[in-house]
Design a protein around this ligand. Structure first.
Ligand code: ZN
Length: 383
């Protein structure tokens, strides 16, 4: 074999002997031995010469006839390339699995974990979050002004929550919002829209809706929904009070507050528990089924969109009405006639006013640029 070795330090070619020893190429030249592991080798074929170098010894070269090199190296380089490709495939497979894992975690893991995480969330943390949340939502959905009516409504909330096993102070209030809905915020705040109050045919229907929301608070579904729907970043923002871009954020939050969605099983659980709370307080639960049925039928109001809003956050109403009817019990009415009329008159929004006009009025969008009014005196649209 006529191999020549260039050690990279001198230009002189040294006569060399080379042989593979397992996965190591051993080169003997000038009485010295160099050992190059197979994985570091680079080979260039030029004419009938193989020029072999090592990543670890870049300036050195072994030059030998291809006819000597090929039998020596055999399939080893091809094998090595194949195993590198195998490693690459494993890497691609691993990355794909990791990506699938992330997707699975978000779509399955987070919802599955949100329950335990919600129950493990410290009460003080949920309370703080609720306080901040509430302050921001209040800017968008102002409370109706009638103090006596609000007291009557809050007292109804207290009676329903009396038997609830929750560390949170349940605070129910009526808000001015162009939609039929009720929702709970973290920390025990429950908002009932004026449109929902007007939509309720009896105090028991209103009581049933409130009881359902109280159950969401008690079962910590609200917190669960927060964990599921909002990113950790949003949560942190809520906890610290969302100092930056508060106005814009408030709009987003208010939108999301009314869209805090619960799983189907949470809804059924809240219905059943809500009825139990009513029974524990000696109240009738006969109001739940008819209210859901009317909403499901969508014939409750001229504004179909308002019923749709309720249905969006309370899906499956027809089926739930059936379950509620099966479990319902008679009891005393949630409110006396006097109390009921106080609650009914709580938000003095005229029924004739359409939702767009109401939003305009609330946000002061009008020709005379009225400020957002908290009374019902300003009627930019002349109604
Ligand atoms: Zn619900």
């Amino acid at each position: 074999m006529s191999a020549r070795f260039y050690d990279g330090r001198s230009a002189r070619a040294q006569d060399a002997r080379a042989a593979m020893d397992g996965d190591v190429l051993r080169i003997e030249a000038d009485g010295r031995e160099v050992a190059w592991p197979l994985q570091d080798l680079t080979v260039e074929i030029e004419a009938d010469q193989a020029r072999v170098s090592s990543r670890k010894d870049r300036d050195a070269r072994l030059v030998l006839p291809v006819g000597d090199w090929s039998p020596m190296i055999g399939d080893r380089l091809a094998e090595r390339a194949k195993s590198r490709r195998r490693r690459e495939w494993w890497l691609i497979g691993g990355l794909t699995a990791a990506a699938a894992g992330v997707v699975l975690f978000v779509t399955v893991g987070v919802p599955a974990l949100s329950g335990p995480v919600a129950r493990a969330t410290p009460v003080s943390m949920e309370q703080r979050m609720g306080d901040n949340f509430n302050a921001q939502v209040s800017a968008i959905f102002p409370a109706c002004e009638d103090a006596a009516g609000q007291r009557t409504l809050a007292a109804l909330g207290d009676r329903i929550a009396a038997e609830a096993d929750t560390p949170f102070d349940i605070r129910v209030r009526a808000v001015d919002a162009p939609m039929v809905n009720a929702f709970a915020l973290p920390g025990g705040y429950i908002l009932v829209t004026d449109d929902l109050i007007r939509e309720a045919k009896t105090p028991d229907e209103l009581a049933a809706v409130i009881a359902h929301e109280v159950a969401h608070v008690e079962k910590r579904h609200v917190m669960q929904s927060v964990w599921r729907n909002f990113g950790v970043g949003m949560l942190l923002d809520l906890i610290v009070g969302g100092g930056t871009g508060a106005g814009q954020q408030a709009v987003i939050l208010a939108g999301q507050a009314s869209e805090l969605s619960y799983s189907r099983s949470s809804e059924l659980e809240a219905d059943a528990r809500g009825q139990t709370l009513l029974h524990a307080g000696g109240m009738s639960s006969l109001g739940m089924a008819p209210f859901f049925e009317r909403m499901a039928a969508g014939e409750s109001h001229d504004e179909m969109s308002e019923a749709a809003e309720f249905l969006a956050t309370h899906p499956d109403s027809r089926r739930r009405a059936g379950a509620a009817r099966a479990a319902q019990r008679t009891g005393r009415s949630a409110l006396t006639a006097t109390e009921w009329s106080a609650v009914r008159g709580l938000c003095k929004v005229e029924e004739s006013e359409n939702p767009v006009d109401r939003l305009k009025r609330r946000f002061g969008i009008s020709d005379d640029a009225a400020r957002p009014d908290k009374s019902d005196q300003v009627r930019p649209d002349g109604q």
